[in-house]
Design a protein around this ligand. Structure first.
Ligand code: OFO
Length: 165
């Protein structure tokens, strides 16, 4: 059985993962409209992944005798001034998610909820990968600078870019 505190924190994480999915969906749609086919594909994939992260948490809460809450989400307000700004927001968002996961791990440990602690390890590893790949992408963008040809190739590369690329 989940403690009230643990359940509330997990539900907050469900909201955050759903919000991540919306944010990346908004980014995907923007990239698609702008003709960045590869970036759009990458962002649609990220959005789908975040939805799976949300569902995994939802099922865990219900399985442990808790009640998952489906919250309302705010419309993502993003800075679309450049591709760099877009990926900077993705990176910063992932850093925020990692901090939130760490907070959950802390609650699990202090409340001696070792089952939830164990469950959360998957998210800890996932965040290491997601932060690292967002950093790799930002470094690539910095290398490209204002080079239009470089941006074209970058967009093409993003079609197949995964966290382990
Ligand atoms: Fe990338 O946020 Fe989910 O875990």
């Amino acid at each position: 059985m989940l403690s009230d505190k643990m359940q509330a924190a997990l539900n907050e994480q469900i909201r955050m993962e759903a919000e991540s999915s919306q944010i990346y969906l908004a980014m995907a749609s923007w990239a698609e409209i702008k003709g960045f086919e590869g970036i759009a594909l990458f962002m649609f994939r990220q959005s789908d992944e975040e939805r799976l992260h949300m569902l995994k948490l939802l099922k865990y809460v219900n399985q442990r005798g808790g009640e998952a809450v489906i919250s309302a989400l705010e419309e993502p307000k993003l800075d679309y001034s450049s591709i760099r700004a877009l990926f900077r927001q993705l990176y910063e968002h992932e850093v925020k998610v990692s901090a939130s996961i760490n907070e959950l791990v802390d609650i699990a440990l202090t409340s001696k909820d070792y089952a939830t602690h164990n469950f959360l390890q998957w998210y800890v590893s996932e965040q290491i990968e997601e932060e690292a790949s967002a950093k790799v992408i930002l470094d690539k963008i910095d290398l490209i600078g204002d080079d239009k040809g470089g941006l074209y190739l970058f967009d093409n590369d993003m079609k197949n870019f995964t966290a382990t690329s």
